[in-house]
Design a protein around this ligand. Structure first.
Ligand SMILES: [Zn+2]
Length: 319
């Protein structure tokens, strides 16, 4: 549905209708989306290797695309999109206003002119963030915001549920992160930017069903000790955790506490600093890591994570 209407020259009324059709409130969570589907096309999710930051590209079987964050640098995400021949971006998301998530978004906005731009109106502002907003305005991108209710974005047959937005925190921008649950048949993935304990607790209390039983969890805040906790893992129960971070980063990510926690919960972890870009594919029934992404940089344990992480997307759980 995204991208069916290119907004550039449309009148305001048409835009309003398009947005209303695009983002409809969900009454409750999300029965599993209907299973796909017709062709051999698959969902592809790439957790890009952009160093210390986040950039996640979602490509639906129908060729619809969403980019969730764009990494810390001006060009890394754009270069990757170009190299992979991604010629359109239907939805661009900035989870929160920190540079390691929006540094590459101005280039993407100007060069790809996405149909929709999803961000919060958090009061946290920097010069680089203002440049992104300026580009959004100049390119006349339709901006949409998360609300206190869950919202559903249909990306072809892939459903992105935008979690209800926790109350604005003027002191910690990480806790203003947008949360998204991706669902495609039995495959699901949860990504919540750099959310810290207060916002995660709010989601656990206010929309636990939207968090439950995800195939893959993108660790919040690059594997920091405040990006993952036991209560979170007990509800999300991921089969695999992925994390985006820079090799040898000065923050000490991922934190040893996080690694221990994952170990205690028997959740394997795949890291961009060790594996480069992490790619997952799903036909709505089964899912896996793509073998070409498994050329581990240090040359060790080749393919190991692929074996560990392959799932049937059914609800047959390890625990
Ligand atoms: Zn970050």
């Amino acid at each position: 549905m995204i991208g069916a209407i290119r907004s550039r020259s449309a009148v305001f009324l048409a835009l309003a209708v398009a947005v209303a059709a695009l983002i409809a409130p969900t009454a409750a969570h999300a029965q599993r989306a209907t299973r796909a589907r017709s062709s051999n096309a698959v969902l592809t999710v790439d957790v890009l290797d952009v160093g210390q930051g986040d950039a996640i590209l979602i490509r639906s079987p129908e060729g619809k695309t969403a980019l969730v964050d764009a990494g810390p640098t001006r060009d890394a995400a754009a270069q990757w999109l170009r190299a992979k021949g991604v010629d359109s971006v239907d939805l661009a998301v900035v989870t929160h206003h920190h540079l390691d998530h929006h540094g590459g978004m101005e280039s993407v906005i100007r060069d790809w002119r996405p149909s929709y731009f999803l961000a919060t109106d958090s009061s946290h502002t920097t010069q680089s963030w203002l440049k992104v907003l300026k580009a959004v305005k100049a390119e006349q991108i339709t901006t949409v915001f998360p609300t206190s209710k869950p919202r559903r974005v249909e990306l072809g047959s892939v459903t992105l549920t935008i979690l209800p937005q926790p109350p604005h925190d003027p002191d910690d921008e990480n806790d203003n992160s947008i949360g998204i649950r991706l669902q495609y048949g039995g495959f699901s993935m949860l990504m919540t930017g750099d959310s810290e304990p207060p916002s995660r607790k709010w989601w656990l209390e206010n929309c636990p069903d939207l968090l439950r039983d995800c195939s893959v969890l993108k660790l919040a805040h690059h594997g920091s000790h405040n990006g993952t906790d036991s209560a979170w893992l007990d509800v999300v129960r991921p089969e695999l955790a992925v994390v985006s971070l820079g090799a040898g980063n000065s923050y000490g990510h991922p934190h040893s506490q996080t690694l221990e926690l994952l170990k205690a919960h028997h959740i394997p972890l795949v890291r961009t600093d060790q594996w480069g870009t992490i790619t997952m594919v799903s036909d709505g029934e089964s899912w896996n890591l793509v073998s070409s992404s498994l050329a581990r940089r240090d040359g060790k344990s080749r393919g190991r994570a692929g074996v560990v992480a392959a799932g049937d997307s059914g609800r047959s759980r390890r625990r």
